[in-house]
Design a protein around this ligand. Sequence first.
Ligand code: GRF
Length: 201
Amino acid sequence: LRIAVFASGQGSNFQAIIDAVQNGKLDVTIELLVCDKPAAPVVERARKASVDTFLFAPKEYPSREAYEAEIIAELERRGVELIVLAGYMRIITSVLVEPFYGRMINIHPALLPAFPGVNAIQQALAYGVKLTGVTVHYVDGGMDSGPIIAQRVVEVADEDTEDSLAVRIHAAEQALLPGVIQRIAQGRVTLDGRHVRVSSS
Ligand code: GRF
């Protein structure tokens, strides 16, 4: 399976994908990193792993649709079959969602449908939930609203700060995401309306 990863920041999830491929646990080709922040640490991770990058500055385009059209052309040129959004901090339009519906997934640092949008870890802590976690879901036209593929629970401790909780959330993300991609690569994930089935063999 040929995949592209979209990321804007640290790239710890991108790194987890690279590591899983290198360890033989994930049978995909990382065709491309797409990044809107040329100075982000994730770009250096791609360089070290010899992954090609498509870097763009949103300000240089008249609209989201304009840069997404360029991205789509690049993805099609490379035969990308799955898009993984891993900390890509931009709103996606129908230019990307429509051609890739069912072939684009996102990792979110909360148990959706609780705490969608930005600052999910902070939102969960402020609300006072005792359990939070991470979600991998298909991307639809809404904000973190698409069909859920997999979730993992993280307990909130009384003494947690945003930083301490974030450490465990990120560890849970990195533990979950490569395995979900592997199941998709193996053809074990089927989407039926809002319901996603992951078969065991
Ligand atoms: C992750 O928490 C992801 O769920 C969120 O942004 C963060 C990205 O982290 N949407 P990283 O860039 O993979 O380290």
